[in-house]
Design a protein around this ligand. Structure first.
Ligand SMILES: Nc1ncnc2c1ncn2[C@@H]1O[C@H](COP(=O)(O)OP(=O)(O)OP(=O)(O)O)[C@@H](O)[C@H]1O
Ligand SMILES: [Mg+2]
Length: 237
């Protein structure tokens, strides 16, 4: 069984059908990308996996367990975590304090927290240089690195990344994608939501395209490219 297995997932906000009967799976060790135009339902799907928005239908299995009815904290403890769209670091806390909050979700936290923090500083040297700086004063790219590092503090097996490149300069985007590739080498499985389809398909093993809440296309990067992603996007708009 896949590490993450989503079946017939449906999310509604009142009359708005954000996700409809969506199916998706992520195997251990994969990078899977979820693509789609603005409003396609990508964030809703990730948030539903984390128990942050209720499911109107369908099931989410993680590591063989049905987690659709579980609370977010329990899901994080099982080893799945989300770096949300828009980063959402705590602006008035320091870099270090933001990381400590991420560790609060991990199992045996006190002993491990410091070690984990040092590991994050090794992975993100810029954060180490700025460990006492208030997160709100970091650049957009640095805040994104902090948001990812904070998610990694709970030692996830599966990381859900929601639009990590949003609003960042091209060279910073390249750095973020280098980090994504290095995370996979470290054994972290990743479900990556991106607007930048080209970059995402460069790093992914497989991808899905969501349009108006439905999965309209899935396959390997080459298959998605040859199916004409732009056409799918325009068709969805
Ligand atoms: N809290 C909410 N209340 C009502 N409608 C919502 C809410 N969140 C999202 N929606 C609607 O659900 C649909 C899917 O939104 P969602 O944010 O999941 O899309 P997305 O693919 O992540 O878009 P983007 O690329 O802009 O981040 C949209 O029509 C959106 O307006
Ligand atoms: Mg979104």
């Amino acid at each position: 069984m896949a590490l993450l297995d989503i079946e017939r997932l449906t999310v509604r906000y009142g009359a708005i059908q954000a996700v409809q009967d969506a199916g998706l799976s992520v195997a251990q060790g994969e990078i899977v990308t979820l693509l789609g135009a603005n409003g396609a339902g990508k964030s809703s799907l990730l948030n539903a996996c984390m128990g942050l928005v209720p499911l109107a239908g369908g099931e989410v299995h993680f590591d063989g367990h049905l987690i659709s009815a579980e609370r977010t904290e329990a899901i994080v403890r099982r080893g799945m975590t989300l770096t949300p769209e828009g980063r959402r670091v705590f602006p008035s806390l320091t870099v270090q304090e933001n990381l400590e909050i991420g560790a609060a979700a991990s199992r045996d936290l006190r002993q491990k927290s410091k070690m984990q923090r040092e590991e994050m500083y090794a992975l993100f040297p810029r954060l180490k240089e700025r460990f006492q700086q208030l997160a709100g004063t970091l650049s957009g790219g640095e805040q994104q690195m902090l948001a990812i590092a904070r998610s990694l503090m709970s030692e996830p097996r599966l990381l859900l990344l929601d639009e990590p490149s949003l609003g960042l300069a091209p060279n910073i985007v390249d750095q973020i994608f280098d980090i994504i590739a290095s995370l996979r080498r470290r054994g972290v499985t990743i479900l990556l939501v991106e607007q930048n389809a080209e970059l995402a398909l460069d790093v992914a093993d497989r991808g899905y395209v969501l349009a108006s809440g439905r999965v309209v296309l899935s396959g390997k990067p080459a298959e998605l490219r040859s199916a004409g992603l732009e056409r799918v996007y325009l068709g969805a708009a």
